[in-house]
Design a protein around this ligand. Structure first.
Ligand code: FE2
Ligand code: FE2
Length: 280
């Protein structure tokens, strides 16, 4: 075993340190522990097929981004939207009310899933397996907010379309087949105060965006939004929304982690062309 070999615990710890998290969030987990790992396969979504592929290609561990069978507990991470809203100027009691309904829906629907399915396959195969979600999405949120802030410092009156274009110029966005969209608001209008609401399990939907618009935020950035939530926001007739695209938004957070693994001397295979592990 070479000096670069790591354990699954070290793989997780490296992600937590990237964003200064002192605890494992409820949407991230080590399903099968292992050590002596030098070759790891990373994918956004891992199922039994990808685990078998990893074994066949000689990988010693698999890291998923999205939670694999944690729906019964990952709903709790949606609460992070409260801090994001408070940081954007929303009073805490208003922010707390804005997450209630979605958190309850996530908690109830989380009871229906077979949370053992893929983790058990990994266990039976003896394949070290973990998923890292909120820490990498928090990293991605910082990357996107920084890109937005740089654009607004260069031109405080930048248009909504200019801010979307600044995000679309980042390398992961250029590799993707999706577009950075402006589905709400006039691209020529001033972007104003822009808040990237990401890193809290999933997008904040209608309630989080509406509360932000009610409290001085001109533009909200999500990586994806449901058609129903978008319709409701459009019906309100105010606010501006930029949608990055799911793979691209996730790439911004995953890439710094993959680079850190490679600096550590690990070989990382990627099940993505959008998430390439290059500099943003
Ligand atoms: Fe993500
Ligand atoms: Fe995602």
């Amino acid at each position: 075993m070479s000096t670069s070999a790591v354990s699954t615990e070290e793989l997780m710890q490296m992600a937590l340190e990237l964003v200064d998290f002192d605890r494992l969030p409820a949407d991230s987990a080590i399903y099968v522990s292992g050590d002596g790992i030098e070759r790891v396969l990373f994918g956004l979504d891992i199922g039994t097929g990808e685990l078998l592929l990893a074994r066949q290609l000689g990988y010693q561990a698999v890291i998923a981004h999205h939670p694999v069978g944690l729906a019964h507990r990952s709903w709790f991470v949606f609460k992070r939207h409260i801090d994001l809203m408070v940081g954007a100027g929303v009073p805490r009691n208003v922010a707390a009310r804005a997450v209630e309904s979605k958190m309850e829906a996530l908690r109830i629907s989380g009871q229906s899933r077979n949370y053992e399915r893929v983790p058990m396959a990994a266990r039976v195969m003896g394949m070290p397996f973990l998923n890292i979600h909120a820490p990498l999405d928090e990293m991605g949120r910082r990357v996107m907010q920084d890109a937005v802030d740089v654009a607004l410092r260069a031109d405080p009156d930048a248009a909504l379309g200019d801010v979307a274009a600044a995000l679309a110029r980042l390398s992961a966005a250029r590799r993707a087949e999706t577009e950075v969209m402006v589905p709400l608001g006039d691209s020529a209008a001033r972007a104003g105060k822009v808040v990237v609401a990401h890193g809290a399990l999933t997008n904040g939907g209608y309630d989080v965006a509406r509360v932000c618009f009610d409290h001085g935020v001109d533009t909200v950035v999500y990586i994806h939004v449901s058609p129903e939530d978008l319709k409701r926001l459009r019906n309100d007739g105010r606010g501006q929304l930029i949608v990055i695209g799911h793979l691209v938004g996730d790439a911004f957070g995953i890439e710094p982690y993959v680079r850190a693994l490679r600096v550590r001397g690990l070989e990382v295979g990627m099940l993505s062309q959008v998430v390439a592990g290059e500099s943003p």
